[in-house]
Ligand binder design. Sequence first.
Ligand code: OAD
Length: 248
Amino acid sequence: MEDLIKRTAKAISGAKKVVALTGAGISVESGIPPFRGKGGLWEKIDPMEYAHIDAFMKDPKKVWDVLIRETNEFIEKAAPNDAHLGLARLEKMGMLKTIITQNIDGLHQAAGNLDVIEFHGNFAWHYCLDCGEKITAKEIDLSELPPRCHCGGILRPDCVFFGEMILPDHLSRSRHLAETCDLMLVVGTSAIVHPAATMPLIARENNAMVVEINMEATPLTGVVSDFIITGKAGDIFNRIMDELENGV
Ligand code: OAD
């Protein structure tokens, strides 16, 4: 483990362009449950029944009641953890170009990162299905579900549900970053949902080093990634940052 931490710190300090791909696992230490793995949300509810756009359009009250309201509550209570803060420090030190995150919790920006691609959108903003007006999560009146805009239209989060397209700009910029980086840090993602999970493959095809930080092996491990550092992202980032800041 110590050897892998040292190798990662050395790779970060020697790389010309470092990109991070993050997933739900990076926010677990901030109190937000992941989707898969231990304590994962999809163990309790079926994503096709709650996180697909067709499910939302068919029964927005049900999706608000079970998924969106609770997610907003988790996010409201959450603060960046040591992994988010480590990535923010790396950006400030000029050692991290961009974060591509699948997370909708805004914790990378809260930690101080300025260049974050929210691949699956975010829950900070919601918009009206009828008039398109945007409203922050905090301003929404939840006394009746689904919550409605002042025009009477139903509100939805500004996220990407299953069955919806990734924003073309987000996709093309992420692809370009994957093609041109020389190191990709893949943190806390099960690497199962595409096209996000394709980014490490693209990086690898373009000869970048790919390092995973995760509690468990993923489909990338041993195939796409050079190695995996197994453990909690917060602890691992503290050790990487220690190594980097003490001069590798
Ligand atoms: P997942 O929940 O699928 O995967 C989380 C990963 O993080 C798992 O591999 C865990 O083992 C790992 N993990 C858990 N705790 C960790 C910790 N403290 N430190 C490091 N790793 C940890 O989350 P994503 O890969 O982000 O999409 O899921 C991808 C997409 O599937 C989500 O964006 C969402 C979901 O359905 C949509 O809803 C469209």
